[in-house]
Design a binder for this molecule. Sequence first.
Ligand code: DGL
Length: 266
Amino acid sequence: MNTNPIGIFDSGLGGLTVAKAIQKLLPHESVIYFGDTARLPYGNKSPKIIKKYSLQIADFLISKGAKIIVIACNTASALALNEVQKHVRVPVVGVIDPGVKAAIHATRNKHIGVIGTVATIRSKEYENRIKATDHTMTVISQPCPLFVPLVEEGWLDGSITKAIANIYLEPFKTENIDTLVLGCTHYPLLKPLLISQTNQKIVLVDSAEPVAEKIFGMLKTSKLQSNSHKNGTLSCYISDFFSQFKTIAERFLEGPIADVTTLDLL
Ligand code: DGL
């Protein structure tokens, strides 16, 4: 039994979708969240710099007593999971494996689409892990770099976002995919648009809930669950405070955000 917090980080605020899923499934756990808003986006940066930033943030979360670390960023999970796991003594969970499992479970025709940042798609982590589980799977991957700024701006719908989505989704139309992995923590906010722009029968895989279930199982097995009867808290740290912060954070969290500290890790 352990009342220490679950540490979660993302390049920005998209990982709050994962924090929300964890709080819903594990209401007695406290969460400490770090959003690297000063250095977002990670999606177009080099593997070297993504690893460096991820290790810095992991050190910070450990200094705050994190009992487990969740890399709630697909880009950092794809490029820095192994390094962070080697660097700290607590369990470290990325978002890719839970998403891969959910996609394999969802597909019927073994044609899976993956969308993500340029760095995530270039890493081929989704593709390799899906094929390592079942080599008969066909994986079609597409980077969608403009989705992150559109979501940050709150342009979740409308003709421009639709036109961009249409271009990005074009390769999937001829490939008969039945499952689409949302391989970026910003993309769940585009779900209604993606549903309207794709064949309605395509299952959209968002790793937030599978990640929360994985954390639940890990805390239970390692007897690290909180024994508190009170609801846990969410403490949010960001590396840069910007005027739109509250609006964007609350959009991801679908609720109010109160406890926010700006912390310069540079
Ligand atoms: N949060 C990142 C991810 O899930 C997307 C934003 C970025 O490019 O940093 O890949």
